[in-house]
Design a protein around this ligand. Structure first.
Ligand code: NAD
Length: 476
């Protein structure tokens, strides 16, 4: 059966493929499910031209009109929720249950939350004799990775549109299909042609966007290495840049915590999305005299995360995204062993009974040296490191002892103590006792995890320029 072919989405219309293309693979079935155009500088130039042409009229719309459009978008995403869930399961390999509850749900939540904030957010204030107004930044280039293919896209596109900016999106070449579905939804919601454009492709398309003279801001999510290159390239044209990069977050379990709950939730967090989450708690820090008890609890928790067919309702863990990613994860597992960490469960051999798909066994190491490779580097696979600490100061030192600063958690029966410890952790977000995700709270990193924030009013502010208009004295 022929697979669907997708061209670029520019100026409100899907273009014919007509040129080089990229195969999109289902990582569980190892089957090509679609092809997308492999865009280059010409496609980028057309898309940026369309976004620039549409910008003025879109920037002049009222916040109330933009909020109304976003409400229609949220409704259409809701109507197509099952289709989005199936698409993300196909392109990413996420278990269908998680695709429904997270990958398809988060974009709806983020869109409706942004619509609510937009309706109440002031875009001007009087400061002495100045009128200080917030102006949309212009043409935004959004460059996204594959691990939350719809959520990462909406976390950029929705606040940018809310601010009155126009957008050219370059989704990951590994999972670009849900981004193309978003283009349909935005069109159906009545977004004017050219305000949102999608250029599919790989690094060449990304580089052309970052380098384009008529792009005002680049919002990038991805690896540290590429983020660094993006910031350096954007400097030539003095573009604003926001970077959401990797992480090596710690779940810090204080001695007075409910340890069984903390271990169970921390293991689930580390394995969520096959460990392919930038803010995954990939290190669990526990009092050294609790290590043996924690090991047993972690073993029991890990047993509940067996890999399986993502299409089955009962599956909790699917494959990783690609053969290359699986090899990278296996290499880290080998390095963990060679550097002396104790393997509790998992390992580099494929899971039993699996003859297809890029599956990795859920893997837990214990007695991990906090300075070792697996405790320092982002693995982006289902690999958890358990580390013992002596006292609270030591635990905070380990938590802060990587180049990253994205997420983490603190567990204690004393919430005030947990909040005090949370404030000593140099990361953009910390969850106390497994508290839930807040779609209105700013999301972003310290240190090598990047700069700038997404979501809520802080996320929208990234897409605004501040302008001061000085007013003459009355009668002057
Ligand atoms: P990646 O850096 O390889 O690619 C990200 C995007 O950048 C892709 O769309 C890619 O095509 C594009 N790209 C590649 N080279 C480019 C260049 N020179 N110029 C412009 N664009 C270029 O990352 P990935 O493998 O897709 O995603 C995994 C990484 O993303 C992990 O390191 C993870 O931590 C990070 N991530 C961070 C967050 C966050 O919010 N902080 C969220 C998810 C993923």
């Amino acid at each position: 059966m022929p697979v669907p072919e997708h061209g670029q989405f520019i100026g409100g219309a899907a273009k014919p493929v007509g040129g080089p293309s990229i195969e999109v693979e289902d990582p569980a079935a190892q089957r090509v499910i679609a092809t997308v155009a492999d865009g280059g500088p010409d496609d980028v130039d057309r898309a940026v031209g369309a976004a620039r042409a549409a910008f003025g009229r879109w920037a002049a719309t009222s916040p109330a009109d933009r909020a109304a459009l976003l409400r229609r978008v949220a409704k259409l995403l809701e109507d197509r929720r099952e289709e989005i869930a199936q698409l993300v399961t196909a392109e990413l390999g996420a278990p269908i249950r998680i695709s429904r509850s997270v990958h398809a749900q988060l974009p709806i939540t983020v869109t409706s939350t942004t619509a609510d904030l937009l309706a109440s957010r002031p875009f001007a204030e009087q400061l002495g004799n100045s009128l200080v107004v917030q102006q949309p930044v212009g043409v935004v280039a959004a460059i996204t990775p594959w691990n939350f293919p719809m959520h990462q896209v909406t976390s950029k596109v929705v606040p940018a549109l809310a601010a009155g900016a126009s957008v050219v999106l370059k989704p990951s070449e590994l999972a670009p299909l849900s981004a193309l579905l978003l283009a349909e939804v935005l069109t159906d919601a009545g977004l004017p042609d050219g305000v949102f454009n999608v250029v599919t492709g790989g690094p060449a398309a990304g580089r052309a966007l970052v380098d384009h003279d008529d792009v005002d801001l680049v919002s990038f999510t991805g690896s540290v290495e590429v983020g660094r290159a993006v910031a350096a390239a954007a400097a030539r044209t003095v573009k604003r840049v926001t970077l959401e990069l990797g992480g090596k977050s710690a779940s810090l379990v204080l001695p007075d915590a409910d340890i069984p709950t903390a271990v169970k939730v921390s293991v689930a967090n580390a394995f969520f999305n096959s460990g392919q989450a930038c803010n995954a708690w990939t290190r669990m820090l526990v009092p050294v005299d609790e290590l043996e008890r924690v090991n047993e609890l972690a073993l029991a928790a890990a047993a509940k995360h067996a890999v399986g067919d993502p299409a089955d309702d009962g599956t909790r863990m699917g494959p990783v995204i690609s053969d290359r990613q699986r090899e990278r994860v296996r290499e880290f597992i080998r390095t963990g062993l060679s550097e002396g960490a104790r393997l509790l469960v998992g390992g580099e051999v494929p899971p039993d009974g699996v003859d297809r798909g890029y599956f990795v066994r859920p893997t837990v190491f214990t007695d991990v040296d906090p300075a070792s490779t697996i405790a320092q580097e982002e693995i982006f696979g289902p690999v958890l490191s358990i580390i013992g600490y002596q006292d609270e100061d030591h635990a905070v030192e380990i938590a802060n002892g990587t180049r990253y600063g994205l997420g983490g958690s603190v567990w204690s029966q004393d919430t005030d103590r947990a909040v005090r410890v949370a404030q000593r952790i140099r990361t953009g977000q910390v969850d106390v006792n497994g508290a839930p995700f807040n779609p209105a709270a700013p999301f972003g990193g310290f240190k090598f995890s990047g700069y700038g924030r997404e979501l809520g009013v802080h996320g929208m502010a990234e897409y605004l320029e501040t302008q001061s208009i000085q007013l003459p004295a009355a009668g002057g």
